[in-house]
Design a protein around this ligand. Structure first.
Ligand SMILES: CC(C)(COP(=O)(O)OP(=O)(O)OC[C@H]1O[C@@H](n2cnc3c(N)ncnc32)[C@H](O)[C@@H]1OP(=O)(O)O)[C@@H](O)C(=O)NCCC(=O)NCCS
Length: 240
């Protein structure tokens, strides 16, 4: 019997097989190309910095005019390592990004090459705590070397429409695949959000460092007071 064209196709067949239709995803995950930088920058500014706990805390207490001043240029430069990932919907919207850095031996160099981009006063505060966490991860795990390539997951952001749907996990899977293909031994990340830390631990990352925000002070003052449950920056490591 000929199947009527307008009849809905079964998503799960009687034998338990899942149809292609059901498996089709409304987004595709790909390696981020330098051509995608404007999209990444827009995502960082409109989504990531607004929701990430320590940036959004500083935004709330600082001058509104400085909000986007040069924001995201340094982060976008990680795309050039060719190891970053993005999920794009069929309509071309960015659903998620993961910016990954190939940690070169001697992190100091990487740290300061982009200093000229730092006109926004928010950067140094965020960078200082992130670098502190990264340096402690290095202390625990050892410095990267020629024979021990380390991928640093710098930024993960999922669009609010796509949170809690398993996309974060898929982004981590793609990052792991890229790391394996490129001969990395470890993925490291300084997680500023309790939500990402939880997601990472569920994926198999191990927490090797915790710095409570209440203990991170500059000139005797606590720098970040994000809302609960974001109480600490954590160093997480995944061994490949
Ligand atoms: C952090 C982030 C990437 C997590 O992505 P996600 O798709 O929400 O991830 P998950 O759905 O796997 O959530 C991870 C855990 O946090 C919980 N969670 C996430 N958002 C939450 C919220 N607003 N309130 C309470 N719990 C929340 C989830 O329930 C889940 O816990 P579970 O495993 O017990 O269910 C996403 O929230 C995001 O992009 N945030 C803004 C940018 C940011 O903070 N990035 C991380 C910086 S290191």
């Amino acid at each position: 019997m000929e199947m009527r064209r307008d009849r809905p196709q079964p998503l799960i067949f009687k034998n338990g097989a899942i149809s292609r239709l059901a498996m089709a995803k409304p987004y595709h995950i790909k390696i981020t190309d330098p051509k995608d930088k404007p999209l990444v920058l827009r995502f960082l500014r409109e989504i990531f910095y607004e929701d990430e706990p320590i940036n959004s805390y500083l935004y709330r207490i600082q001058d509104e005019n400085l909000r986007y001043l040069d924001r995201g240029l340094y982060a976008t430069s990680f795309v050039d390592d060719g190891l970053s990932v993005m999920a794009v919907t069929s309509s071309g919207e960015v659903a998620a990004i993961v910016l990954n850095e190939n940690v070169r031996y001697g992190r100091e160099k990487v740290k300061y090459t982009n200093k000229k981009l730092e006109t926004n006063p928010i950067y140094p505060k965020v960078k200082r705590i992130v670098f502190k966490a990264e340096e402690h991860i290095d202390l625990v795990m050892g410095l990267p070397s020629k024979n021990k390539k380390v991928l640093n997951l710098k930024i993960i952001g999922i669009h609010p429409k796509w949170r809690n749907k398993g996309l974060g996990r898929e982004m981590l899977k793609k990052t792991r695949e890229i790391a394996e293909l490129n001969g990395f031994c470890e993925i490291r990340s300084a997680c500023t959000s309790a939500f990402s830390a939880k997601m990472f631990e569920n994926f198999g990352f191990e927490c090797v460092y915790t710095l409570p925000y209440k203990d991170h002070k500059e000139d005797g003052e606590i720098v970040f007071k994000p809302p609960e449950p974001h109480t600490a920056i954590r160093g997480l490591v995944y061994k490949l």
